[in-house]
Design a protein around this ligand. Structure first.
Ligand code: 6R9
Length: 571
């Protein structure tokens, strides 16, 4: 049964009349807000940071409030501009050129953000990686992208298999390093010597800006390629959906290794000129609340997995903190449970606004605006300038309340422009001018969209996309494992957990120790979030006649569902 809608509240919201905005909408009007509209000089780093640093009224405003368990620091727009100029000079000195891929593999820190903008300022393409990645995950991404430079810390360096990455020419080390190799560049040493002035490399709106690797249902992770043009939508959604105002203190919990951590952890807030809270380290319910209370956070963008943790910690935990600064809360990454929304109203007296989008789409597409009634369980409606529909497999639009493929009409500003070195994969996303998301959903009579599930085998565990193939490939590298099939199993807190079915090679016996050893093997070889929480040893793994693992069948078994069509099952 549907819950009662939660009415919009009165307020000074940036976008007041959704229907009217949609009717008269033109992306051209948004472009007028950028300085390149007048000057013709394009670079997202300029719009995000330097523009404010050159504005006397904003230059000394705090742009970044950084805190981690062992470090606290703030930077103004002026300081971020200066540091990123210095880093751009370091890159230039080491011959980084427009279009080169420069990857970042390090925890969130002021140095991360200075490096990130330095990369953009020389016209290179930034590739942020989760610090939790282990050797294979790092290798796959650096190898596929052909990155020529990596910025990392001495601690993480051992996870970079340099001898297997011939295109990787230079490594910038942020932190003390005793090894001397001409390949290594000392971040702090070179920054000290670098000039604070830098002439930005002006680019085209269609030039590359970012590569985010993400998982599909088959094959290795794919490089989703974004261009500077995406800033148009980052800015607009920051204004309409995050509802950012000049004096806001904004916090996005996402790591920049995930698209949310760049589009909404970097671009949207700073394009809108607000103070951005960046917090490193691990989280607990208390540390979340502490961060809000201590920094007077006004707008908070987080994920259902975090919110569910807050719910489990109970209202009494929320009541320990002064959360009165908070005025707007949003969520992304997985379905937002209606119960969590109801709880949010009770615990913070605020509505939690769900937003839907993907790495590929670059920015929010379907959202709950502050001025819109929320129907708990619905992702909301498409933003102005975006047309969404439910289509069948031939690309025909379906009527309301029918479930089908959630699709978006091509042509929004932040859309990916390519899958790196894989044009076939890119083409496969489209049918009849529609971008097909891979999610199933329906639209109700009033135009609200309701998420139903993934149509492929991609696993969403605590908001992170994990490709089963990547995990299976790692599992079978373990000497004991012969075959592996990996699925997502529903879980109340994490959305899904990863469950692996394996068969063993001859000479190995199933035991708790062996299973634990296999789990650790994935955890230390690939990444912690990709390690299966459950591993079940089987005599055989169901496969099609062409040898593909039938994950659908494994899932039906696991959930006790009918097995459906098994005509392609091998003998
Ligand atoms: C930004 C981001 C994309 C996939 C997407 C969908 C799921 C994202 C959601 C949601 C239900 C929401 N997803 N937002 N499901 N409700 N509000 O999450 O990018 O990591 O590429 O994941 O996540 O399945 O297709 P990404």
């Amino acid at each position: 049964m549907d819950m009662q809608p939660i009415a919009a509240r009165e307020g000074n919201h940036n976008l007041k009349d959704y229907e009217k905005a949609r009717q008269s909408f033109d992306w051209e009007d948004v472009k007028k807000e950028f300085s390149w509209y007048e000057t013709g000089k394009v670079n997202a780093a300029y719009e995000t940071i330097d523009r404010h640093a050159e504005n006397p009224a904003k230059k000394d405003q705090t742009a970044l409030i950084y805190s981690s368990p062992d470090r606290e620091e703030t930077l103004t727009f002026h300081e971020l501009k200066t540091m990123s100029n210095q880093f751009a000079n370091v890159l230039k000195k080491h011959h980084v050129q427009k279009g080169d891929r420069v990857f970042l593999f390090m925890p969130r820190s002021p140095e991360f953000y200075a490096s990130f903008f330095g990369i953009l300022k020389v016209g290179a393409i930034a590739g942020p990686l989760f610090e939790a990645f282990m050797e294979q995950a790092v290798r796959d991404r650096l190898d596929d992208s052909g990155a020529s430079m990596l910025i990392t810390t001495p601690e993480l360096l051992e996870r970079v298999p340099q001898e297997e990455l011939p295109e990787l020419k230079k490594i910038v080390l942020v932190g003390y390093n005793e090894e001397s190799d001409e390949k290594y560049i000392d971040y702090f040493h070179e920054m000290e010597q670098a000039s604070e002035e830098f002439e930005i490399e002006w680019v085209d709106l269609e030039d590359g800006m970012l590569l985010h690797y993400t998982s599909g249902s088959t094959g290795k992770p794919k490089g989703v390629y974004h261009v500077h043009n995406a800033m148009i939508q980052h800015y607009a959604t920051g204004n309409w959906v995050l509802d950012l105002k000049q004096d806001d203190i904004y916090w996005c919990t996402a790591d920049p290794g995930w698209v949310t951590g760049t589009s909404y952890g970097i671009f949207a807030p700073w394009l809108n000129g607000v103070t951005n809270v960046i917090r490193g380290g691990r989280f607990t319910a208390d540390s979340w609340y502490e961060t809000i209370a201590k920094n007077n956070v006004t707008v908070w963008y987080t994920a259902p997995t975090a919110l569910r943790k807050l719910v489990s910690a109970g209202e009494q935990t929320a009541k320990k903190y002064d959360l009165s600064s908070l005025r707007h809360v949003l969520s992304v990454g997985e379905p937002l449970n209606p119960e969590v929304i109801t709880w949010g109203v009770k615990a913070f007296d605020l509505r939690i606004h769900d937003t839907w989008w993907m790495t590929e789409t670059g920015a929010m597409l379907i959202v709950n605006l502050p001025d819109m009634d929320i129907r708990p369980g619905s992702m909301g409606k498409p933003i102005p300038g975006v047309e969404a529909a439910i289509i069948d497999n031939e690309g025909n639009e379906l009527p309301p309340n029918q479930m089908g493929n959630l699709a978006i009409k091509q042509g929004w500003p932040s859309m990916m422009r390519a899958i790196w070195k894989n044009p076939g994969k890119y083409e496969s996303y489209f049918i009849n001018g529609w971008y097909v998301s891979g999610d199933s959903a329906y639209k109700d009579e009033d135009g609200y969209f309701w998420f139903q599930g993934r149509l492929d085998d991609v696993i969403n565990t605590s908001g992170e996309r994990v490709g089963p193939f990547e995990v299976e490939s790692k599992l079978i590298e373990h000497p004991a494992v012969s075959e592996a099939g990996v699925i997502g199993k529903p879980d109340p807190e994490r959305g899904e957990i990863i469950k692996a079915f394996i068969t063993l090679n001859e000479g190995y016996e199933a035991s708790d120790e062996l299973v634990e050893d296999i789990r650790k093997f994935v955890k230390t070889g690939l990444s912690a979030h990709a390690a299966p929480r459950e591993i079940e040893v089987k005599d055989t793994i169901p496969k099609t006649r062409s040898g593909k693992i039938m994950r659908r069948l494994l899932k039906s078994w696991e959930l006790g569902l009918p097995t459906g069509d098994t005509s392609t099952l091998e003998e």
